[in-house]
Design a protein around this ligand. Structure first.
Ligand code: ZN
Length: 150
């Protein structure tokens, strides 16, 4: 576990330094802002949909390394996924970061999202790790133009 942890930390640092899909989308189907006042993370998520499939997804904004790398990994994972697959992935991530730090981790198909496993030891950072996801889900549902974690 401790050996893996440093690999996962590298994943976060790398995505923070070189975020994927860090741009706007012209004429997006949805554009939603997410804000985490606890940390000051503030992102805009852009979505281009093809029926139920996420054709393109991108983000802009600024935040701590955890929130930014989480947004970056999310956009890389979700391109080509359906609405349902996207919310399933979020549920898995959410379950992991909210789980008991002593409990066994189930890697399942979380892939690079495993980078956030360590967050369960830091409840204050859960909102950093999930901000982009909450914002993306809101964009998919088309309910609001901005999301706050408060
Ligand atoms: Zn943060």
């Amino acid at each position: 576990m401790s050996g893996n942890r440093s690999i996962y930390e590298q994943v976060i640092l790398e995505h923070n330094k070189k975020p994927r899909n860090f741009r706007s989308i012209e004429n997006p189907d949805r554009k939603v802002e997410g804000y985490n006042p606890l940390c000051g993370d503030h992102f805009t998520i852009y979505l281009k949909m093809d029926d139920d499939v996420i054709e393109d997804i991108s983000f802009e904004g600024s935040g701590c390394a955890i929130s930014k790398s989480s947004a970056s990994i999310m956009t890389a994972l979700l391109k080509g996924k359906t609405r349902e697959e996207a919310s399933e992935l979020f549920n898995k991530l959410h379950h992991m970061v909210m789980s008991d730090p002593e409990s066994e981790l189930d890697e399942g198909d979380l892939g690079h999202l495993m980078a956030f496993a360590g967050i369960r030891n830091y409840p204050m950072r859960v909102k950093c790790a999930t901000l982009a996801w909450h914002t993306m889900l809101n964009a998919l549902e088309g309910e609001a133009d901005s999301v706050s974690t408060e």
